[in-house]
Write a protein that binds this ligand. Structure first.
Ligand code: MG
Ligand code: MG
Ligand code: MG
Length: 307
């Protein structure tokens, strides 16, 4: 049997890592034993906490994708966020919860997308559809990603379905959602050992707003000031990124997961888009955005509308 590579997006988050592992588990149970999870980058602190908690090994890093390799994409579809060589791969399946952009295949495929808060919510439905039982460890991984992507159900991306699925998974995994979830999210806010360059690349997405090339990076914290104590160094790193990668706008969102707000740093030659989008005047390149926690729903679409 030919090997199948399963992976999520670059700068992987908990959903991308666990969905790859969970998809591998499901594929094996469905008889595709050659399917294997991979990752496209470093494991972040939150994901590390999850893998340690449920005693699961991180997927191997994907070194290179040969032409015509069989792949399954989870938690993304945009080629710019995918593996090098994805355009020449043979995409068998996609399980995702993002808008569909920059995606084309030469062969028919299994594609499932739903506007839910997390890829794992869709994977849960695939287990049910295929009548495959979910083991406690797998349930724990799935639950963790739902908590991560929805910020413990507080993000506007969270749907009723995500919450219902999370409750079922918590029973199987035998964990208390609130206390486990808070510990897990807090583990992800430990940003001390990252350099400013790493910080702005931990969870960073490329986008377009009108003709402007935009990058939106996000970190979670329990204390915004703590992250911004090195503001100048972060700004230098952002300006270097803009120069090297040719962006018109870089938005770095520092999201307070306790109070559900974000402080943003905006740099580049199109910061006017930010000022218009959020009706703010940047002071020291910064603005405070009350109630904004979701890049997908509250930042990127608003920038696009106001470019
Ligand atoms: Mg993701
Ligand atoms: Mg996701
Ligand atoms: Mg995310």
């Amino acid at each position: 049997m030919e090997k199948t590579f399963i992976f999520g997006h670059k700068n992987p988050d908990t959903d991308s890592i666990t969905s790859s592992l969970v998809m591998e588990n499901l594929e094996k149970k469905l008889g595709n034993g050659e399917a294997k999870a991979y990752r496209l980058g470093k494991i972040n602190k939150e994901t590390e906490y999850v893998l340690n908690y449920f005693k699961v090994q991180a997927p191997e890093i994907l070194e290179n994708l040969e032409e015509k390799s069989n792949v399954i994409l989870v938690d993304h579809n945009n080629f710019s966020e995918s593996a090098e060589g994805i355009a020449k791969a043979n995409i068998l399946k996609v399980v995702d919860h993002h808008c569909i952009a920059n995606f084309e295949t030469s062969s028919p495929l299994f594609y499932i997308a739903e506007p839910v808060g997390c890829t794992e919510t869709i994977l849960y439905e695939l287990y049910m559809m295929n009548k495959v039982e979910i083991e406690p460890k797998i349930a724990g991984l799935m639950l963790s990603a739902i908590i991560s992507d929805t910020l413990l159900f507080k993000s506007p991306t969270c749907t009723k379905k995500d919450e219902e699925v999370a409750k079922e998974l918590a029973k199987i995994a035998n964990v208390d959602i609130e206390s486990y979830g808070m510990e897990m999210l807090k583990a992800g806010t430990d940003l001390n050992e990252f350099t400013p360059e790493e910080l702005i690349n931990l969870d960073s997405k490329e986008s377009e707003a009108g003709s402007a090339k935009v990058q939106v990076a996000q970190v979670n914290t329990a204390c915004i000031e703590e992250v911004l104590k090195d503001k100048e160094k972060i700004e230098n790193a952002i300006n270097n990124f803009i120069k090297t990668n040719g962006r018109n706008l870089f938005v770095f969102a520092v999201t307070d997961i306790i109070n559900s707000n974000s402080q943003i740093i905006a740099l580049g030659d199109r910061t006017d888009i930010v000022e218009k989008a959020f009706n703010v005047t940047l002071k020291d390149n910064m603005a405070f955005l009350p109630g904004v926690v979701s890049r997908k729903k509250q930042i990127i679409p608003v920038l696009k509308e106001n470019a």
